[in-house]
Every structure is written in C-alpha cells, then in structure tokens.
Write a protein that binds this ligand. Structure first.
Ligand SMILES: Nc1nc2c(ncn2[C@@H]2O[C@H](COP(=O)(O)OP(=O)(O)OP(=O)(O)O)[C@@H](O)[C@H]2O)c(=O)[nH]1
Ligand SMILES: [Mg+2]
Length: 487
C-alpha cells in the first residue's frame, strides 16, 4: 500500500471487542479541526498543550453518544511528531463505530497497519530499529523479551551501530585525505594503519553479530523438545515444567500420540516446550508412525533436546538404536541433555539397571542429569539447567566460559551490551563485515584508495539500513506492514 505521509489518519489502538475503555487516535494537520466538529468540551478546551479534558461525543445528527477523555499532544511533542488527539471512550461496539464513522466523515483517513509508527519514523521521532522494537514490545510475553525490546526502543542498537559507523567514517576520512596526495607520496605505513583501523571495526562488528545467537532466543523463545522411548516419563516432565497437567500421563506405553506444545517463561525467558510421541521402533500402527514422524520433525527444529531414558532399560538392539540417534543429533550440533528419569526407582533396581553407569558408557561426553517427578528439588535443577543454557549457550558452562561471557556481549551481561534480536540487523552487519574485510584485502593487494573508499561506503550503506538512515521505500513498507493497525 502506498501511504501519503501528510494527511490526517485515524484508528483504534485497542483491539476489537467489548472492553471498559477503548483508545482511538487521530494524527495529522486536521486532527484538531476534526475534534472541534465532533466533541463538546465540559470546560475550557485544552488550556495547555498536552492536556487532557472531558468531552461529550456529539457526532452531528446522532445526538450525544458518550463521555470521553480527549488528550491532545501538539506537534512535534507527540508519538508521530504530528498533532495527535487520543480519545479514550467506552469500549462498546456502538460507541466505537460512532467514533470511527464520524471521524472518517469529518475528514480523516483510516490508518493502515503501523502507519502511526511509520509517521514517527518519517518525522524523525524514532529510527527504524526503534520502530521495529515497538512491535517487539507489544508482542513480548516474557520479561527478557520486553527488556531487550525496550532497550532497542530506547536506541540501544542504534547507538551501537552509530559508534561503528563513526569509526568507519573516520577511516573513510583518512582514505579521502590520502586520495588527495600524490601517488609517489603513498607510504606502506598508511596502508598498514588503515588495515589496523578496519580490523578494530571488524572485530566490534563481529562481536555484535555473535550476540544474535542469544538475541534470537530471547526474542523468539527457546524451542525445547522432550524426546525418548515410550513410557519413559516425557509427558510428566512437560507437566512438571508447565506446573499443570497439560499432557495425559499413563502407565500405558504410547499414551502421547501427537506433539503437545506449550509456551512458558523460565527465569524471564520465553520457552516453547514440546512433548513428543515415544520414539517406538518398527511400529505398524499408522497413527503411531505419524506421531514418530512429527516427533522427528520437532527434533529438527529444536534449540535444546531433553532426551529421557528411564528404567527398565530397553533391550540391547533398542539401546543401540537410541545411542546411535543421540550420537547423530549431537554430531549435527544439537544441544542435548540426557535425562535419567524415574530416579526415585533407583534404590529398588539391581546394579545392572543403574542408569548413571549406563549413561556414562553409552552417552559419554553428553551432559546428563538425574530426574524424578517425585523428588523435591529436581524441578528447580531442571529449570536452572535450561535457564543456564539460554544464558550461556551451553548446558555446562565451565568457569572460563562463565568468566568470558561476563566480559563479552551476550546475555550474561546484557546490562552493559546490546544484543541483536532481528535477523535483518544481523544480515546487514554480516554484509558490512564482508565489505570491511574486502577493503582490507584490497589495501593489502595495493589496490587503489578509490576502490577501497567505494567498498567502505557500501559497508556504511549496509549499516545505515539498520537505523533507516539509508533505506528503500520497499523495506520501509515491508517492515511497517507487519505492524498492527493503530500502532
Ligand atoms: N516412579 C516414577 N514414575 C514416573 C515418573 N515420571 C513418570 N512416571 C510414570 O511413568 C509412566 C509414564 O509416564 P508418561 O509421562 O506418560 O511417559 P511418556 O514418556 O510421556 O509416555 P508415552 O507418551 O507413552 O511415550 C506413568 O505411569 C507415570 O506416572 C517418575 O519420575 N518416577
Ligand atoms: Mg507421553
């Protein structure tokens, strides 16, 4: 859709349906005149800018409809940067419809998705990465999601990117200065200095790019999949983590036939937890086979696998098959935690059924933990293990990793560093890194400074797409079209 950015737009910012209150927004040069036509003040009309006043909604021949609060935010001190009027009305269907119809009849246009934020961007009230964060904040289900979105909204990513942009402009200025000199005067030290300057920029950009691993998990949530043979206690683990009986638990193997998915928050992080059908071997039941296929595709998508093994141990061929599958997943780079389940039964079992020994032999090197839904403390240990994994990107971070994380830019020290949460930002940074590396190569190969300057300018253009300082209309439309109407 092509928008005009100068007319007056209007939309409800609250979702449809009955509610105590609803909020309607009008933004643009005509917004004050429109409100004058439709609302009768209780007292003096807006004695000061940014005031709120009580009004009666009296849209022409409809008679009085509602008592509302009108808030006026005069340009440029508003969300969009234009004159904005916010109407808090009663949230019933008839009142909402009356407000919408009369405001549109009085000359406003119905706003498209994200059009208020688009105006804020066009009017320089926020940059593109901040506008994207608005939607993240609206969609945030977990505390950490909201925290990173808010930091981005307050310009965290923009400031970090601008620091790198300034650094590259410094190098570009250095290059331009050298360009003005005669060829003969060019010295090897100049090239070496330029390469060194670009090294610093490249390292910092690389560091920022690496934060996407944890940033993506914070924004999108961690996909945790519980898998293993039938009847090992998978659904019981899902229920324990969920804190409610979401999946059916029974002593009959093959109880769970389809995947069961729930969202929960652990330590402020969003986690998408999936329970799967037991990976039964050689089943002839078509429903069971479909369940196994779905379990396998959930494993493909998993960020973390909880593989449950419980007594009694399976037969030898099944053990082999299980160990092989775990090896495959680990070889694919899938983080996997072996859960040695039904640990409360350990004391009743013969020595050869000891799962700890079994795991040490079969799954050597794969992190594991004992578990029972009957032992106090096990749930806390399991929760903490998942939270640690999100924080450190490892199931068992050694002290060195913990120390390193504490001084690097990942979730471990989010307070002092930014994390990238958008694939679009990461892609732009990676392209900028490739161009900076190309510039360094060209300098090493004694290519002309003109050529190096062109490549560096391309890198700067890539970084400018993050903040929206240099961005195509198509990209702007793509981003704002994802917004909801009224924001
Ligand atoms: N003793 C003991 N029994 C458990 C534990 N966890 C689960 N069980 C029992 O083991 C049986 C199977 O549990 P489920 O959670 O349904 O196992 P599942 O792996 O989801 O089984 P399927 O869906 O059939 O693959 C039930 O009778 C549970 O009560 C545990 O920690 N200790
Ligand atoms: Mg189950």
């Amino acid at each position: 859709m092509n928008y005009s950015d100068i007319d007056t737009i209007a939309a409800f910012s609250t979702p449809p349906g009955e509610s105590g209150l609803a909020v309607f927004r009008i933004s643009g040069p005509e917004s004050g005149l429109i409100c004058d036509k439709l609302f009768v003040p209780f007292g003096t009309r807006f004695p000061k800018p940014s005031d709120m006043e009580g009004y009666t909604l009296a849209p022409g021949n409809w008679g009085d409809m509602d008592e509302v609060v009108l808030a006026c935010f005069r340009a440029p001190n508003s969300y969009t940067g234009d004159d904005v009027y916010e109407i808090s009305c009663h949230g019933g269907q008839a009142v909402r419809q009356a407000i919408f119809d009369s405001v549109i009849a009085a000359g406003a246009r119905s706003a498209g998705p994200g059009e208020f934020s688009r105006r804020a961007f066009i009017n320089g009230k926020m940059d593109l990465s901040a506008a994207e964060a608005v939607m993240d904040l609206i969609g945030a289900q977990a505390e950490k999601q909201a925290q990173v979105a808010f930091r981005q909204l307050k310009g965290g990513i923009s400031r970090t990117v601008h620091r790198r942009v300034d650094q590259l402009y410094g190098t570009l200025a250095h290059l331009e200065m050298l360009l003005d000199w005669d060829e003969e005067e060019e010295r090897a030290e100049d090239r070496a200095t330029l390469i060194r300057e670009l090294d610093e920029a490249s390292v910092e950009l690389g560091r920022l790019s690496a934060t996407f691993v944890s940033g993506r998990v914070i924004r999108e949530g961690l996909a945790v999949v519980i898998a293993g043979s039938p009847n090992v206690g998978k659904s019981s683990i899902l229920n324990a983590l969920a804190g409610r009986d979401r999946a059916i638990v029974s002593p009959i193997p093959g109880t769970t036939r389809d995947t069961v998915e729930i969202d929960l928050t652990l330590g402020g992080y969003l986690v998408h937890l999936t329970d799967t059908a037991g990976l039964a071997v050689d089943s002839h039941d078509p429903i069971e086979r479909e369940g196994v296929t779905r379990a396998e595709s959930a494993l493909e998508e998993a960020d973390l696998i909880l593989w449950v093994v419980s007594p009694p141990l399976p037969c030898v061929s099944e053990r082999e098959r299980e160990a092989l599958r775990i090896d495959q997943l680990v070889a694919q780079g899938k983080p996997l935690l072996v859960i040695l389940g039904k640990d409360d039964l350990r004391i009743t079992l013969p020595q050869e059924e000891d799962l700890t020994k079994y795991a040490a032999q079969r799954f050597a090197g794969v992190p594991s933990m004992t578990w029972s839904d009957k032992q106090e403390g096990d749930l806390t240990r399991l929760r903490d293990t998942i939270i640690t994994f999100i924080g450190y990107g490892q199931l068992q971070p050694d002290p060195v990793t913990r120390e390193r994380q504490a001084t690097s830019s990942t979730v471990g020290d989010m307070e002092s560093h930014e994390v990238l949460t958008h694939a679009r930002h990461k892609a732009a940074i990676d392209r900028a890194i490739a161009l900076v590396t190309q510039s360094q190569m060209d300098l090493k190969n004694n290519f002309s400074f003109d050529l190096v300057a062109i490549t560096l300018k391309e890198a700067l253009t890539e970084l400018a797409t993050i903040t929206g300082d240099d961005v195509s209309e198509t990209l702007i439309e793509t981003i704002f079209n994802r917004f909801c109407v009224g924001k």
